[in-house]
Design a binder for this molecule. Structure first.
Ligand SMILES: Cc1cc2nc3c(=O)[nH]c(=O)nc-3n(C[C@H](O)[C@H](O)[C@H](O)COP(=O)(O)OP(=O)(O)OC[C@H]3O[C@@H](n4cnc5c(N)ncnc54)[C@H](O)[C@@H]3O)c2cc1C
Length: 445
């Protein structure tokens, strides 16, 4: 199957040059698969989904689990995201959710997504994971006066329909507690919300999973899955893992190559991050950048940003449509200009790090957690760029499903069922291009 993007983005063997990688030592803690083994459950993919699922299976249900990761542990999106714990994991308005799924299922969805945020925070606390947890809510900022009404409505809906604690701030009020700059015309906050160093969090879960008996293999890409006498033969590095059940936890980096029934359901979208050198206190003051909470500038083509504990500034945006190292560099330059347009007083600030990764969007526009009918293959993917909130919780839900007899979960319907396959899947980037052109047009103000 031809890749949607340039090969550069799928170089599992190369570490990503992210800021997070510079804050930890990820090297060689885990082995590579080099011999045949048997297990009950094989988890494919070592991000939050796979590790959380494996951890719950081993620790809560005493299951025999092997986890195979193509890169080093921490290579995927879970080790390179912005660390925002936001809600909800859907690319759909509340109105649309009400129409499609009804009020009760939508309310349950918001209840589940809040459980997701709490689940992530509880893991950090329970296992004492040092991952630079910061912030006590999330902010959504209006980039233009015309967006402020929408923000106020969203805050009111969250409060009225889902009981979420929200607060609205005028431009002047937000300037006192959040930040200034050229695209700040009022904001709202909601709880829960916080941010983490995503890689430290991931390595923390891996550590607990490892100590709980999960056999973790890194640099062990699964290249083929065969079925033989009711068992799966999973081939990686020329060795075979024989398993009764498989968990597909490959999310945005899945290359439509090993699970035919799950092919062509994901539109992987590139997201890029740039990080500045540490800002001086004068520079921080120049834009009144007071908050450590995660901030979303709610343009249709979202900007997301936050101040890190060493006063570096993280700025993220949608990425390019090519995926080569060259296009990534070009995109980072373009984002630097965008950032400096929003915060012009940082015009002389250098960028120390830039990188990108893939987020999994589906045409269901909400996550998919479940089991393939008539097969012992379990899946969880499509968090629509909200994996910090959703993936650890989903991994735990998936573990419950694997060990349950009923094969059903008591979660909102928005998480259940597979998305449909994309028609003419090779055209996925063309569909994305059309959507982006539309969003760009909508952001013209
Ligand atoms: C730049 C960027 C910024 C983001 N920012 C945020 C944010 O601030 N907040 C938020 O909530 N979400 C964010 N996201 C999304 C979030 O990172 C993901 O939703 C989440 O990490 C998904 O976790 P996962 O375990 O399902 O997938 P991943 O962490 O991607 O793990 C999947 C793993 O599967 C492995 N794999 C793939 N194929 C194979 C194979 N054949 N054999 C073995 N292993 C394989 C991959 O190497 C990968 O490590 C961001 C994503 C990116 C790229």
């Amino acid at each position: 199957m031809a890749n949607l993007y340039h090969d550069d983005i799928y170089k599992f063997e190369n570490p990503v040059n992210s800021y997070w990688e510079s804050t930890v030592d990820t090297k060689d803690k885990y082995k590579t698969l080099d011999k045949d083994i048997n297990t009950n459950i094989a988890v494919i993919g070592g991000g939050y989904t796979g590790l959380s699922c494996a951890l719950s299976l081993a620790k809560k249900y005493n299951e025999d689990v092997v986890l195979l990761e193509a890169g080093h542990i921490g290579w995927g999106s879970s080790g390179r995201n912005a660390g925002f714990c936001c809600i909800p994991p859907a690319k759909m308005s509340v109105k649309k959710m009400f129409n499609k799924y009804g009020k009760n299922e939508t309310k349950k969805f918001f209840q589940n997504t809040i459980e997701g945020s709490n689940f992530t925070k509880n893991i950090i606390q329970e296992y004492d994971i040092d991952c630079d947890l910061t912030g006590d809510s999330n902010y959504e900022v209006a980039p233009h006066p015309s967006y402020f009404e929408g923000i106020k409505e969203e805050a009111a809906t969250y409060k009225k329909e889902f009981g979420i604690e929200t607060k609205v701030f005028s431009k002047e009020e937000f300037n006192e507690i959040g930040h200034g700059g050229n695209e700040q015309f009022g904001a709202m906050s909601y709880k829960p919300g916080f941010a983490i160093n995503p890689l430290k969090f991931l390595l923390g879960i891996a550590n607990v999973a490892n100590n709980s008996g999960v056999k973790i293999f890194q640099k062990s890409k699964v290249t083929k899955i065969e079925k033989f006498k009711g068992k799966f033969k999973i081939i990686s590095n020329g060795s075979i893992v024989k398993a009764n059940k498989i968990v597909m936890a490959t999310n945005g980096f899945y290359k439509d190559d090993i699970f035919p029934k799950l092919n062509n359901m994901i539109l992987p979208v590139i997201s890029n991050i740039i990080i500045t050198r540490p800002l001086t206190s004068e520079e921080i003051k120049s834009h009144n950048f007071i908050t450590n909470n995660p901030v979303l500038n709610i343009r249709n083509l979202l900007f997301y940003y936050r101040l890190l504990k060493d006063n570096r500034f993280l700025f993220g945006a949608r990425g390019d449509l090519i995926g080569s190292e060259e296009s990534s560099l070009e995109k980072s330059k373009n984002m630097e200009q965008q950032m400096k347009k929003v915060f012009p007083k940082w015009n002389n600030v250098n960028i120390d790090f830039h990188w990108r990764g893939l987020v999994a969007v589906t045409n269901k526009f909400s996550p998919s957690i479940g089991k393939i009918e008539d097969d012992e293959i379990y899946y969880s993917f499509g968090y629509q760029a909200n994996g910090v909130n959703t993936a650890p919780w989903s991994g735990n839900e998936l573990a419950k499903l694997i060990v349950s007899n009923s094969k059903d979960l008591n979660i909102s319907k928005l998480y259940k069922g597979l998305p449909s396959k994309f028609p003419f899947p090779k055209l996925r980037l063309f569909y994305l291009r059309l959507a982006l052109a539309y969003y760009k047009y909508m952001d013209k103000y």
